[in-house]
Write a protein that binds this ligand. Structure first.
Ligand code: ADP
Ligand code: ZN
Ligand code: ZN
Length: 742
């Protein structure tokens, strides 16, 4: 029975950033201006024993609860909502689609500082430009004040208003120079928007002649500006995708609109930032997890206020409010880092598309190896495919080769033939890149006497040997212990390192190529801040001969002098139980290959394998990624797997071994009556790693060709699941469109 608030008081229905699905009712605060109360404003409310920040969802005139039980909002933080109505619509959609609590979803849209209740003080930057006389005056007239002269010259050179940040970047002590120049009426305060007004001088250097494919891609996207549409720009590394982005961004800026560019990795931002900086004469904002809370908040507010027009960021930047949105770009759209794997598990790619639809602007997805989902959307005519089939400029495509290593002598994962190829390349003063997606020295420590294996006490996993540090580490829970010298089981057997990690290959490389410089790039070697940047710089300055690394080498970095790329162990990717493994492997091979021969020098890519006839490898070799994708999509269709069906994965874990299974079994019973037979319920089964960090893990997979029915089931089931008595004894989570079933 609905009850009116005390004396017809208004009720504030709010979302709080906590992992519960329901909204909370509060009495309206004392003294507020009703006209100012809009959905999305931040409030402070009493919550449990303390206070929490809440987001206003709606103002109602009744509550299901007895108003005498309701507490009062303590404080209103925002005079007006920092989120626009369309952004809120997106967040409501995301909360429903991902079946995730609204408070946490809204919370995710804010930078940490604002989520915690910091006031949104917008520090608008001052801009300075030249007055008419400043433009024409001869700077030498300031001969006696050389510092003032240099500032004047700087502005004359730039011909654009400069912000305080830009001036600080130029010279830390610029401030005292401003006043005398203002007094002499050589410079003046400028409007930030006037930057964009200088459409002609927006771009520093734009002399590149696009090739015909680039031209038609740019034309198609430009034609699509101002309305929703999704473009998939497919092009091998070096085919000129980034150049297409730059030209399209220019067109968006000329319309006075903002661009949001998302990248899979923080480490790729400096590279792109530099390229954008060379092209555009306006400032860019960055948003990623290595920035301070303050910096992130400043960038967020700048985009929100419309003071900045370009934002480069990672996944979480997706929700940044835009005053004047024009375009969203996702580079390397196939990359799994666009999927958030914990908490609010969302796909930045899929949400970007919905955001584009709500904002009525185009979304541009780029990749050398588009995801099967996106290619399927092209087939269904939901996305428009733009193809750049060849390398731009003079760069030559690398040659892919399989190297059959069956029965061949190997030295720590390197065949003799490969070692020979490395020697030849180094003799030409060119660089070699070796790829092995496993860090550490070796993945297993085994006793040669009794077969004992070093296992993690808290996970179903082996401990990885980190030889240089004399440590054994679990890569799943972080547990570590000292490397032991004797078998704890039989006390006499010799302990042997089984398998291959980057550290082990590095060791043999330093023996084989003692006079060469070798760099290992993996998560262990780049732990120090800035070390990756340092390494990349050394590589590009030609100070490195051999680069050895994991996953992170496969992504976007440019190594112009690398002419030999070798994938040491493709076989381990060929036999996975994950139905996405083939797609991931094919993408990895093509991406790693893309690192070879970016300039005029031809490159070679060698894959060591014991399965040279494997169809995945031969298709990539004799045909291309697209042919592979076509076959893979046909197989998915045959098997009824995504993207031809939709999945929701329910995970549960607990210290108690039985509880997750009981909980999931109860859910199976719960949903049985609602299932009209269109939804397959698989499980509960133990997760492939059945125990991790001391918790037992089970999962339940829901799959259906009918997305709507699948979601309807969860709309109804989630409130009931929350009420299950076992729900309080496990940690459970929902993963909609999971990319990793494990
Ligand atoms: P991708 O993003 O697809 O890897 P880029 O846009 O980075 O490709 O282009 C690769 C290289 O080719 C860059 O050095 C770029 O400056 C150059 N390039 C791109 N388009 C052209 C073109 N039309 N003519 C000459 N060089 C080009
Ligand atoms: Zn032993
Ligand atoms: Zn562990």
């Amino acid at each position: 029975m609905a009850k009116l608030g005390r004396g017809n008081e208004l009720i504030f229905r709010v979302a709080v950033s906590v992992p519960v699905y329901r909204l909370f009712d509060y009495l309206a605060p004392d003294n507020f201006e009703p006209a100012a109360i809009k959905a999305g404003i931040r409030l402070e409310v009493p919550f449990g024993k303390g206070k929490k920040i809440a987001f206003l969802v709606e103002v109602a005139d009744y509550s299901e609860l007895d108003s005498s039980k309701l507490k009062r909002v303590s404080r209103i933080l925002d005079e007006k909502s920092l989120l626009r109505a369309k952004d809120l619509r997106l967040l409501h959609w995301a909360s429903r689609y991902y079946h995730h609590p609204l408070g946490e979803v809204i919370g995710a849209a804010f930078p940490v500082a604002l989520r915690q209740g910091k006031l949104a003080v917008v520090q608008t930057e001052k801009y300075y430009n030249l007055t008419e006389s400043g433009k024409t005056v001869d700077a030498n007239q300031l001969q006696r004040a050389p510092k003032q002269k240099s500032l004047l010259e700087k502005l004359q050179q730039e011909q654009l208003p400069l912000s305080e940040t830009e001036l600080s970047a130029w010279n830390k002590n610029w401030r005292p120079l401003v006043k005398p120049l203002l007094d002499k009426q050589l410079i003046q305060l400028a409007q930030p928007e006037s930057k964009v007004m200088f459409a002609a001088s927006l771009v520093r250097d734009d002399t590149l002649q696009l090739n015909p494919q680039q031209m038609s891609a740019v034309a198609a996207i430009k034609e699509g500006l101002g309305r929703f549409g999704v473009f998939l720009l497919e092009g091998i590394t070096g085919s000129g995708k980034t150049e297409v982005y730059l030209q399209v961004i220019r067109a968006v800026l000329e319309r006075g609109q903002q661009v949001l560019i998302l990248l899979p990795e923080i480490t790729l931002t400096p590279q792109l930032e530099e390229r954008f900086g060379q092209r555009f004469a306006i400032a860019q904002c960055l948003s990623h997890s290595k920035l301070t809370d303050r910096e992130r908040q400043a960038a967020w507010l700048k985009m929100q206020q419309g003071d900045c027009f370009i934002m480069l960021g990672t996944r979480s930047a997706l929700f940044t409010p835009l005053k004047n949105p024009g375009l969203i770009i996702l580079d390397e759209e196939h990359d799994v880092s666009f999927k958030q794997q914990e908490g609010f598990r969302f796909s930045a790619r899929d949400v970007a598309v919905v955001r584009g639809k709500i904002l009525n602007i185009p979304v541009l997805l780029g990749s050398a190896t588009p995801s099967l989902e996106s290619l399927h959307n092209v087939d269904k005519k939901h996305y428009c495919l733009l193809h750049l089939p060849e390398r731009a400029g003079n760069a030559i495509e690398p040659v892919l080769q399989l190297l059959d290593i069956r029965n061949k002598p190997m030295q720590e994962g390197l065949s003799e033939q490969l070692i020979e190829e490395i020697k030849i390349t180094l003799a030409k003063k060119e660089q070699v890149l070796l790829f092995l997606n496993r860090r550490g020295f070796a993945p297993t420590l085994i006793c040669h006497g009794c077969g004992w294996v070093a296992r993690c006490r808290r996970c179903d996993a082996n401990l990885v040997i980190h030889y240089a540090e004399k440590m054994l580490r679990c890569h799943h829970c972080g547990h570590e212990q000292r490397l032991i010298a004797h078998c704890p089981a039989c006390k006499t057997g010799e302990l042997t390192a089984l398998g291959l990690g980057t550290e082990r290959v590095e060791k043999v490389l330093t023996e084989l190529f003692a006079d060469k410089t070798i760099i290992r790039l993996d998560r262990d070697s780049i732990q120090r801040k800035g070390s990756l940047e340092g390494y990349l710089q050394q590589i590009n300055q030609g100070k490195v001969d051999i680069i050895l690394g994991t996953q992170m080498l496969a992504k976007g970095h440019h190594f112009p002098n690398v002419t030999l790329v070798a994938i040491l162990d493709v076989d381990s990717g060929l036999f996975s139980i994950d139905f996405r493994a083939a797609e991931k492997l094919a993408q990895m091979i093509v991406q790693v290959s893309g690192r070879a021969g970016r300039c005029e020098k031809p490159g070679k890519v060698i894959m060591q394998t014991r399965r040279p006839e494997h169809p995945l490898l031969t298709t990539l070799l004799r045909q291309d990624y697209r042919s592979f994708a076509k076959t893979a999509l046909a197989e998915r269709k045959e098997a009824g797997l995504p993207p031809f069906s939709h999945q929701i994965l329910l995970r549960a874990q607990a210290v108690d071994a039985q509880m997750p299974q009981l909980f999931l079994q109860a859910i199976v019973e719960l949903v049985r009556p609602c299932n009209k037979g269109h939804i397959q319920v698989l499980g509960p089964v133990a997760a492939p790693m059945a125990r991790r960090a001391g918790l037992y893990r089970y999962q339940l997979l829901f799959q259906s060709a009918k997305r709507r029915e699948l979601h309807k089931l969860f709309d109804d089931a989630v409130p009931e699941i929350e009420k299950l008595k076992q729900a309080k004894k496990v940690r459970w989570s929902l993963d909609v469109d999971p990319v990793d079933l494990y």
